[in-house]
Design a protein around this ligand. Structure first.
Ligand code: ATP
Ligand code: MG
Length: 412
């Protein structure tokens, strides 16, 4: 992609409610554009990142036998009456009235839709377990939409639902989901900690994946042995001896919840009277779990964790482009020719490249490259006449002079 052709450029305007690094850097870099509080357009650069995150999530959900579906975002009230959540979710549910005075809600989660769907389509015990997921925009009337992509009113969510005939089968799947979640966050460059959280009325715990950072809204009590509880349920306080290892002391830190897995037992299947005849001929209650991740919140969290005062440092796995070529002087024929040659060879090798083809000074171009945060900057300058360029990983900032051949060996 040539930068001059890109829709959405870097800009100096800082949104007035940019209370966090991700809001400021993503808007300034031209990744996202704010429509209103908690609602953003993804511009081409930002959409590439979001899709990369979603693809990682998709691959790991497929790896634990999840099948992708896409359910409607427009929901009928009746389904929420069955689960007693029409009023209970009043604080966050966007409600609207359709033609014929039909009462509707915008999707904030999917249990009300997926439970009757699976009940309708899966009618034999032989077809269990079932795991279906979707990657869909969710709508929540968050009273405090803030922190850029961290807490939106419209945001991307992956929600998977699993259905089982026995507790043992559910437990085994729940454990598999934990492994998948760890892989997802690792692949996204996030060090997410598994934290015990409130399980609601039906189970003691659910589990959250929390990324420690100052911009987090949650407080997590934790010990170096791995013990961790969300403050909202915590049975410990700061400075306590760790109840798990007995040696360590409990510390407390701010964190962002990037994922949440939840045993639902039979809460929703009972509401929809979803049971069926098991192998032994007896009626069996269906046990359910739900597993959420917010790809847009993950994207915001990546920026919170991977940035410096000059801009973003995208991990390669989610970066919109792997390489950013900066010809010092685009009008210089030798430089331009070499830059175009490198661009072509990298693209041929399947590497995504952004080329700064603007007639601007190197200072401004380097500044923008730092702000945009592609993992590798290739500077084509005076050395071009001798076929020499500079490679600068954004993460380390250490510059290396290389011949084009050596550069390609490093990047391909
Ligand atoms: P929170 O406690 O932060 O409000 P939640 O527990 O209500 O979130 P879930 O219902 O478990 O969230 O949703 C699954 C995932 O969706 C969360 O782990 C998070 O990654 C993401 N998510 C939830 N709410 C938002 C939001 N308002 N903006 C962006 N992502 C969100
Ligand atoms: Mg939660």
């Amino acid at each position: 992609m040539y930068y001059s052709k890109l829709f959405g450029k870097t800009n100096k305007s800082v949104p007035h409610d940019a209370d966090s690094a991700n809001a400021r850097l993503l808007v300034q870099g031209g990744f996202i554009n704010q429509l209103m509080s908690g609602v953003y357009t993804y511009l081409p650069l930002g959409l590439r990142v979001l899709k990369n995150v979603q693809q990682i999530v998709r691959e790991e959900m497929n790896a634990i036998d999840g099948q992708e579906i896409l359910m409607p975002a427009l929901h009928p009230k009746e389904n929420y009456i069955k689960t007693d959540r029409w009023e209970a979710m009043d604080d966050i549910l966007f409600k609207l009235t359709g033609a014929g005075d039909k009462e509707l809600a915008l999707s904030s989660t999917g249990e009300e839709i997926v439970t009757p769907l699976v009940k309708q389509l899966v009618t034999s015990y032989k077809d269990f377990p079932v795991a279906v997921y979707q990657i869909q925009d969710k709508f929540r009337n968050e009273p405090r939409a803030k922190s850029g992509l961290l807490r939106g009113r419209e945001f991307s969510m992956k929600d998977l639902y699993s259905f089982h005939l026995t507790e043992e089968d559910f437990d085994a799947y729940y454990d598999r989901s934990k492994e998948a979640y760890s892989k997802i966050f690792q692949r996204c460059g996030l060090d997410a900690k598994l934290v015990e959280a409130d399980g609601g009325i039906f189970s003691k715990y659910s589990h959250e994946y929390q990324v420690f950072t100052e911009s987090g809204e949650d407080l997590v009590f934790h010990c170096s042995c791995g013990f961790a509880q969300n403050k909202e349920i915590a049975e410990v306080k700061e400075g306590d001896a760790c109840p798990n290892c007995k040696d360590g002391k409990i510390s407390v830190d701010k964190a962002i919840e990037v994922g949440n897995i939840f045993p639902l037992k039979t809460k929703f299947t009972t509401a929809f009277n979803f049971k069926l005849q098991g192998k032994d001929g007896k009626m069996t209650e269906i046990i359910m779990g739900c597993y959420g991740i917010g790809p847009s919140r993950v994207m915001g969290s990546i920026v919170e964790v991977h940035h410096d005062e000059n801009g973003i440092k995208w991990p390669e796995s989610v970066a919109p482009f792997k390489v950013h070529i900066v010809p010092v002087k685009w009008a210089d024929e030798v430089q331009q020719k070499l830059a175009v040659e490198i661009y072509g060879k990298l693209e041929e090798a399947g590497i995504e490249v952004l080329m700064d083809d603007r007639d601007k000074g190197p200072g401004e171009k380097f500044k923008d490259a730092d702000l945009l945060g592609m993992p590798y900057r290739v500077t084509v300058g005076r050395g071009a006449a001798d076929g020499v360029v500079e490679l600068r990983p954004r993460a380390t900032g250490e510059i290396e002079e290389l011949s084009v051949d050596d550069l390609l060996k490093k990047l391909v």
